[in-house]
Design a protein around this ligand. Structure first.
Ligand code: SAH
Length: 209
């Protein structure tokens, strides 16, 4: 499949529906975020292995999450699980006047993400435990986790702005559902988007042991 076909198929399946999100998908070359030996599958709607046993999410998963995150202008966004860097690149294009902080716990994976994202000037890759959030840069408009969480870590809620949103796969180690958390007048509203997914587990203090 080619990029154009993949995007059209994501639109047909209603995974993609917002103009600016579609534009971001058109702009970012997914092949740049994939190891040499899998590049020919860059525009198949499947997850692919990257380094250290980790994966780049399937395009439809990135589409659903990016749409649900509902990014406005000039936002401060935190991503937990930089992985290949592809999701961060999409957010970078979507939010050109804002900033994206993306945390990765595996040093080798963080180093690769840093390199592939070096031309995305509004993205900062940090190696560390993202289950703690990023205290030094709080508060955030949006927090997106691309690893499976046993529950939403408390620091993420504390580091979220008023009217901010957290999107995370929450559930068991091998299957999760997408949960959207909104902070409205200091109250927390949780919505299950009823979208089953399979992410690698969140590690670290608030993750799986
Ligand atoms: N967003 C990525 C997909 C990431 S896969 C992409 O677009 O390709 C999930 C990543 O989360 C893995 O690389 C894993 O190492 C990382 N991870 C797991 N627990 C973490 C933690 N506590 N902090 C930061 N990264 C973590």
């Amino acid at each position: 499949m080619e990029k154009k076909e993949l995007i059209q198929s994501l639109i047909n399946q209603t995974f993609l529906h917002t103009k600016k999100v579609i534009k971001a998908f058109e702009k970012v070359p997914r092949e740049n975020f994939i190891p040499e030996k899998y590049k020919e599958h860059a525009y198949a709607d499947i997850p692919l292995p990257i380094s250290a046993g980790q994966t780049i999410s399937a395009p439809h998963m990135v589409a659903v999450m990016t749409e649900a995150l509902d990014v406005k202008d000039k936002e401060k966004i935190l991503e937990i699980g930089a992985g290949s860097g592809y999701q961060a690149a999409i957010l970078s294009v979507l939010n050109p006047d804002g900033k994206i902080y993306t945390i990765e716990i595996i040093p080798e994976v963080a180093q690769n993400a840093k390199e592939v994202l070096k031309d995305y000037k509004n993205v900062i890759v940090i190696q560390g435990d993202g289950s703690l959030g990023l205290e030094s840069e709080k508060p955030f408009d949006r927090i997106i986790a691309t690893c499976g969480c046993p529950s939403i870590p408390r620091p993420w809620i504390e580091q979220l702005k008023e009217k901010g949103k957290i999107l995370a796969p929450v559930g068991g180690m091998y299957e999760q559902e997408l949960i959207l958390v909104e902070k409205i007048k200091e109250k927390i509203k949780e919505t299950n988007l009823n979208f089953p997914c399979v992410f690698v587990p969140l590690r670290g203090k608030y993750g799986w042991k």
